[in-house]
Design a protein around this ligand. Sequence first.
Ligand SMILES: CC(C)(COP(=O)(O)OP(=O)(O)OC[C@H]1O[C@@H](n2cnc3c(N)ncnc32)[C@H](O)[C@@H]1OP(=O)(O)O)[C@@H](O)C(=O)NCCC(=O)NCCS
Length: 242
Amino acid sequence: MSAHRNSAEHSPPRILILGAGGHGRVVLDILLHGGDREVVGFLDNNAEIHGRRVDGVPVLGGIDSLEKIAVRERVDGVIIAIGDNGVRRGLARTVQRLGIELITAVHPTAAIAHNASLGRNVVVAAGAVVCANCQVGDSVILNTGCIVDHQTMVGEGSHICPGVRIAGRVKVEPGVFVGIGATVVPKVTLGCEAIIGAGAVVLHDVPPMATVVGIPAKPIKRAVADEEIAAMFLPASVGQTA
Ligand SMILES: CC(C)(COP(=O)(O)OP(=O)(O)OC[C@H]1O[C@@H](n2cnc3c(N)ncnc32)[C@H](O)[C@@H]1OP(=O)(O)O)[C@@H](O)C(=O)NCCC(=O)NCCS
């Protein structure tokens, strides 16, 4: 249910896009192609573009003004067009706490299997293909021309970049970034917040937070040590001294 009911019963839902950068322009284009929603404006934290227009749509203010602007503009829904996975996921929770509906945008040239599921705040760009029985979590970006094959799960807040090919029965955990043109073979798991380099070919499971590149994909760095990752999954009391 939308927090701000549209006064005109049959007018299209009024939408705000959070983020007026390159991805914001892509999301605007998808919504315009759909033709069944009215984009009333962008919000963006870059004060230099407030009051200007991006692709003909006004930038109404900063994202911290969301609540006020959503009421003033009688907004029915919001979509977050920010490429950074962590920022996008965090902001989605804020929007939900405010009681504002998060919408999903699917380009009319994308092909989504009848039994695939898409969460909220998902962007499916032009030419993307989502095959049978796929599950796509909230705040995922399936970018231009990517392929997600049968029974693959894409976790919350992941970004599958343009031209990526993910085979069947792959598990993409939350917050994963799969770089442009990468390929992932069947049944592997990409651990949470892993980064797959542009053009990589992933043949084996990738640990959480690892960055892998190349053909076949190999790690280049670990942002967090194994012990720190293990500690994240322990109860708070474990390891504390009396
Ligand atoms: C993987 C990636 C995130 C690494 O970025 P980074 O942490 O800044 O790493 P660096 O650029 O310092 O590179 C580290 C090493 O990995 C190599 N490397 C980086 N990316 C690589 C890639 N995609 N394939 C092969 N090797 C790569 C570099 O050549 C460098 O090697 P060296 O140490 O021998 O010189 C980045 O290179 C990448 O591929 N990003 C994808 C961007 C993308 O797809 N954007 C689309 C947005 S829609």
